[in-house]
Design a protein around this ligand. Structure first.
Ligand code: 6V0
Length: 309
């Protein structure tokens, strides 16, 4: 028996994530579910035509009943922001879409971890956990995994070193109040500032972070949507769960007192494995970073309070 994964929402992000999983031959059964059945069918058919190069697996479009027996259910459905629409308008619209999806999904759910991606991801992952009634570790927001991947890319380019030697996290909200965890950013085991100093480099950390934070908007301005980076982020999160890797990633789960934060979802380095979010790590961060993290959590809470029933 192999792994079974469902992706709800076969748009840019859902289809790209499915494509990434097929290339990596990650699962034996991959089902795409979308309110737009033709879109889900077309994407599944297109992806399945690459399987002679990627390896055998089942890729098909299905119904909510196909959620049964899934090891992971990825939710990428939702509306994109329209011109003139505020972030809050979008949050309210996507929260109502998400409530109907969670209701349908839970009629058939019997096991597995839910990975929530639709934006605003921190708010929607929190609501998904509440609406589903599942334990906190079973509902994960993709959170700042993408932002951290962007952070590592920009650092690797600025320092001209292999990205595999760069470790660092963006934590907090997947949004404006996020923060770089410079204290835990390392190059080949050496703290970032020490590495920069030892190599006589001149790096403007503020500018680097500003570019990372603006990266999503920059991509949207240039090509209309972002999907390749998030697709590989999703692939990695799902792989860590399926293969019980215990990978440390800044995903979101509803916190219960860690960093002094309770009953809100915010992204911090977390061990991701077979049971979902296995353990939220409480790293030794600076007082300033802690203050910014708490502020970020309050930003998420404020939107949750606006959209929850
Ligand atoms: P898209 O291409 O418009 O796809 C959305 C899909 O959702 C469409 O195919 C819709 O038919 C489908 N859909 C809408 N309502 C429902 C429903 N009730 N049930 C099932 N399917 C439905 O959007 P795209 O794929 O570009 O983005 C999807 C979501 O991901 C958006 O909310 C984005 O903001 C979010 N992203 C999140 C990222 C992250 O880092 N968390 C990164 C990029 C995008």
């Amino acid at each position: 028996m192999g792994y079974k994964v469902a992706i709800i929402g076969a748009g840019f992000v859902g289809a790209s994530a499915a494509y990434a999983m097929s290339i990596n031959n990650l699962v034996s059964e991959l089902v795409l579910i979308d309110v737009n059945k033709e879109k889900a069918y077309g994407e599944a058919l297109d992806i399945s035509h690459g399987l002679s190069f990627a390896g055998h697996m089942k890729v098909y479009s299905g119904e909510y009943s196909d959620v049964k027996d899934c090891d992971v259910i990825v939710v990428t459905a939702g509306a994109a922001r329209k011109p003139g629409e505020t972030r809050l308008d979008l949050a309210k619209k996507n929260a109502s879409i998400m409530k109907s999806i969670v209701t349908e999904m839970m009629k058939h759910y019997n096991r597995g971890t839910i990975v929530s991606v639709s934006n605003p991801v921190d708010v929607l992952a929190y609501m998904t956990q509440k609406w589903s009634g599942l334990p906190a570790h079973k509902v994960i927001g993709s959170g700042t995994v993408l932002d951290s991947a962007r952070f590592r890319t920009h650092i690797s380019q600025a320092l001209n070193v292999d990205i595999a030697n760069v470790h660092g996290y963006i934590i907090g909200e997947h949004g404006d109040s996020q923060l770089p965890l410079w204290s835990a950013t390392h190059i080949a085991g050496t703290q970032f500032d020490e590495y920069v100093q030892a190599n006589g480099l001149n790096i403007d950390k503020e500018t680097l972070f500003t570019e990372v934070k603006a990266a999503g908007a920059t991509i949207i301005k240039n090509k209309g949507a972002t999907y390749y980076g998030i697709a590989l982020s999703i692939n990695r999160i799902v792989e860590s769960i399926l293969k019980d890797f215990n990978t440390i990633m800044p995903v979101g789960t509803v916190l219960d007192g860690q960093y002094g934060i309770k009953d809100v979802l915010v992204n911090v380095p977390t061990v991701v494995g077979g049971n979902g979010a296995e353990k939220v790590l409480e790293l030794k961060i600076t007082d300033k970073e802690l203050e910014l993290l708490k502020h970020s959590a309050e930003q998420v809470r404020a939107v949750i309070n606006e959209v929850k029933d």
